[in-house]
Write a protein that binds this ligand. Structure first.
Ligand SMILES: NC(=O)c1ccc[n+]([C@@H]2O[C@H](COP(=O)([O-])OP(=O)(O)OC[C@H]3O[C@@H](n4cnc5c(N)ncnc54)[C@H](OP(=O)(O)O)[C@@H]3O)[C@@H](O)[C@H]2O)c1
Length: 336
């Protein structure tokens, strides 16, 4: 059995990860940490989670751990990553700390100095379907952000195959359930503020996921179009639905685009292209590791709709998928 250690087990992503691992035939939860609830059981905090004892991070034995998952706020887990790698464990970081490959850019966007810049070139971006061969040899996996996962998976075959017109921007309009903001209480996330309401935030090019998405686009095609990204807070607990407006050359045929996407994803268990007769919805993906997307060509704009569960394919599920790839076990193990 793969021994997995989870830091930040009481958070939304950490608790989801423990739920998934508790049904995994090849991995077990070796430890689960909490700063504020050490000594309690996880299901005293999340009643639907397994009965796992929460430990103080100082008490855990990294030497005996095969893989460490960090489900901590960005900038708080970097020393743990260094210690875990030194102890010989693989590391899968769900925070943003190892997603950007440039320490200066990290400082600009996250407002703090990176504590392990030497590891940035080694970290493998864990968008599983697009990066398997690098993940197989990875010691350190940077698990993607939730919005980037919903955008990058459907756009990957198109950007890689030059299906775009870079004289106009790509416009991404994303809506996320409230668990995307984490469990710490914040005034704008209170029930009364969110329920029955709907609003954008960080409009344009100011959300921290913009540089992460652009870094991936650049790695696939140096002439990618400008990105405009506006996230919205949807009054539901979980799920992301992104509507992507991709400019394409005149005379582009929807059947050709559909053929390229089908060829890329036909044999992928977790990414599904819907037929044009069906519309994407959160109901297609909630509590699953699926990304479901649709394509509609309108004039010279391709409208891509894409849905994921932010806590599964957008966080804990993709992290387990990446663990399965890193350890060479069946990629769907624990996820179906
Ligand atoms: N939520 C999502 O949809 C999602 C998707 C993709 C990626 N992520 C990333 O995954 C990470 C976890 O997200 P989340 O939504 O699960 O967050 P969360 O619900 O806020 O949970 C994070 C947990 O970390 C612990 N913690 C908080 N501050 C800490 C600190 N300064 N030092 C050490 N521990 C601290 C807390 O538990 P204790 O007080 O019990 O220790 C908390 O429950 C974040 O980096 C986030 O950006 C989240």
């Amino acid at each position: 059995m793969i021994k997995a250690g989870i830091y930040g087990a009481t958070g939304y992503a950490g608790a989801e990860l423990i739920r998934i691992l508790s049904g995994h035939s090849e991995a077990e939860v070796y430890f689960a940490t909490s700063r504020t609830h050490a000594g309690k059981n996880l299901n005293s905090i999340h009643p639907d989670a397994p009965n796992i004892l929460l430990q103080d991070a100082e008490e855990v034995d990294l030497e005996q751990t095969d893989v460490v998952f960090l489900c901590l706020p960005s900038a708080s887990g970097m020393p743990i990553v260094v210690d875990a790698l030194e102890a010989g464990a693989k590391v899968i970081d769900l925070s943003a700390d190892f997603r950007l490959n440039d320490a200066n850019k990290y400082k600009d966007w996250y407002g703090t100095t990176h504590l392990a810049p030497d590891l940035l070139s080694e970290a493998v971006y864990g968008l599983s379907e697009t990066n398997r061969s690098d993940l197989e040899d990875a010691r350190l996996v940077a698990n993607p952000g939730c919005y980037p996962t919903s955008f990058l998976l459907p756009i990957w075959p198109l950007i890689s195959n030059n299906i775009f017109d870079n004289s106009r921007p790509i416009i991404v309009d994303s809506k996320s359930g409230v668990s995307g903001a984490g469990r710490s209480p914040k005034q704008h996330l209170h029930f009364v503020e969110v329920s029955g309401n709907f609003q954008p935030y960080k409009i344009g090019r100011v959300h921290r996921h913009v540089p992460e998405m652009e870094q991936q686009l650049l790695s696939w095609n140096s002439r990618f179009p400008e990105l405009i990204f506006t996230p919205h807070l949807l009054p539901v607990p979980r799920g992301i639905l992104s509507t992507i407006y991709l400019p394409v050359e005149p005379n582009t045929k929807e059947d050709d685009i559909r053929a390229i996407c089908s060829k890329t994803y036909t044999n992928e268990p977790f990414v599904k292209l819907l037929p044009s007769s069906q519309n994407v919805s959160l109901a297609h993906v909630l509590h699953s590791n699926l990304c479901v997307f649709g394509l509609n060509l309108t004039g010279d704009t391709l409208i891509i709709t894409s849905a994921i569960d932010n806590l599964v394919k957008g966080a804990a599920g993709q992290a387990v998928q990446n663990m399965n790839i890193v350890f060479g076990i069946t990629e769907t193990c624990g996820l179906k």
